[in-house]
Design a protein around this ligand. Sequence first.
Ligand code: ADP
Length: 207
Amino acid sequence: MSSNTTVDAGTRRGSASPRRLLVMGAPGSGKRTQSGALAERLGLAALSTGDLFRAVMTYDTPVGARVRDAVGHGGYVDDETTNAAFDQEFRDDGFRDGFLLFGYPRTATQAEHLDQVLAQDEVVLDAVVCLTVADDTLVDRLLGRAAELHRIDDQADTIRPRLALYHRTTEPLLDLYRERGLLVEVDGTGVVDEVAARIDAALRRDA
Ligand code: ADP
């Protein structure tokens, strides 16, 4: 696919478009890049706990310190803090009409919490997109991102443990969503436009 314009024109699907989406994938899989662009194409509000935490990390508060510590060590922020941060943001009316969540949920407890929140609102997920990328490629990408963006979580010594944490704790959630018939697996390798086109095609097939 050569340009975003082409992707846009081919993928607006009117009322058949998914309105409630998760985008999952390991660190470095392209969640942020693809989620932002997909949310725009579908006209959905996007929410990322990673982005929320980057703001919280700057706070001179106990929660700020907790989040800095977890992120800096390549771990996950605890479920209670994460679910509370999610709830606070997700209350916003902007998400009532549809949403794209990425980087949340990452644990079974968070997935259960999301189920409860959505059940209260009497809505269900339409699809869960997972971007698949081999670990060696992820490591290369994360090392590149560390050099470029100076993120405290993208240091050489925390990258492998973060990937292991993803495989151990977050990947099992894919089975849950697969069982529910929601999982849409997309090859996340290649250039941004190529992956975007794959996501659009996979969602069309899934509709
Ligand atoms: P990545 O997907 O590369 O880890 P993010 O920007 O999504 O990048 O997240 C940055 C960091 O924020 C994570 O490494 C983790 O420490 C923390 N974080 C983000 N979302 C969650 C979550 N749902 N649960 C626990 N920790 C999270």
